[in-house]
Design a protein around this ligand. Structure first.
Ligand SMILES: [Zn+2]
Length: 145
């Protein structure tokens, strides 16, 4: 029975977050993505820049945050491929990379690239992926693509 519940959950899970103010305190992140801007939060008290964006500063617990843009260009640290097990609505294989944008390092999805084009140090930029219902997710592509 428990196994059945897990599968029901997997198929009911929506991997694209709700992005409007009534459902998400960090809706500004998605509004900025719609404008092709990759942003995160900066604490106005201690100036710590967080990733992912946060509504409360993990350093000083202040909830006074502002939005800052990440650099337009980042670089690849390492690449991996997800060959199977993609969530419904996503087509495997999926290419992911550890990316560095300024001081911030995170895992991002790469789109419109061939695996043979990718290597550590290659430069990438934001390329917003719009879902069937208009919601957006951050994705990345090589600069020049
Ligand atoms: Zn702070």
């Amino acid at each position: 029975m428990a196994e059945r519940l897990i599968w029901d959950y997997v198929y009911a899970y929506d991997p694209v977050p709700q992005q409007t103010p009534e459902f998400n305190k960090l809706h500004k992140y998605y509004e900025n993505l719609h404008l092709e801007r990759l942003t995160t939060t900066k604490c106005t008290k201690c100036e710590k820049i967080s990733w992912p964006p946060r509504s409360v500063c993990p350093e000083c617990m202040s909830d006074e945050m502002s939005w800052v843009d990440l650099p337009e260009e980042g670089s690849i640290i390492v690449v991996t491929v997800q060959e199977s097990g993609a969530f419904p609505g996503f087509q495997a294989p999926l290419i992911f990379a550890m990316l560095q944008f300024g001081d911030i390092r995170f895992i991002g999805k790469l789109i419109d690239v061939e695996l043979s084009q990718l290597a550590p140090g290659k430069k990438v930029r934001l390329k917003v992926e719009t879902q069937y219902d208009g919601r957006v997710l951050p994705a990345f592509t090589l600069t020049g693509n």
